[in-house]
Write a protein that binds this ligand. Sequence first.
Ligand code: GRF
Length: 194
Amino acid sequence: MENRKLAILISGRGSNFVAIHKAICRGDLDAGICCVISNMPDAAGLDYARASGIDAIVLQSQGIERVQYDSLLIDTLRPFDPTLVCLAGFMRILGPEFLRAFPGRVLNIHPSLLPAFPGLHAQRQALEYGVKISGCTVHIADEGVDTGPILLQRAVEVLDGDSEETLSARILEQEHQIYWRAIALMLERVTRRK
Ligand code: GRF
């Protein structure tokens, strides 16, 4: 599994992490998860990681400045030598130092069709704007918030009467379909480069 190691960063539920792990277990994604790191100690995804025998690490971010937290994260990740760092609901903005440490190898998933509705509450923003189609995006992270080259997107229709919860749930189903596929695409690129 050399050159196909995924480090996954979460803050909560971790359903995207679980979907990636399941794709690996099914044999759909040829990769291994070297560690899961959460900035929140009570993230539900940590329990799944531990139950699955995956290294689960808590690196609390509360009260720590961005630059300091970034270098803490870099120091924690380096020994695992991850091929890709996958942000999966990680609610902390990473700075340039972090991105430079893993150049072009940090992926993010966002619940809208970027560049529409970046930032928090993307599904609520879509409903408030009144778009008829939203969706989700996996992209390579750059220094902006939810910006960077797009790898995959899936469209989801906004239905009359949708609430933030119902729309989020349908988008989430698609997130679970595209993240591991985007990872597979990236692993092809990265391993070809070597
Ligand atoms: C997802 O909607 C993801 O797009 C966004 O945060 C949510 C995380 O969900 N960045 P989960 O923790 O993967 O279940």
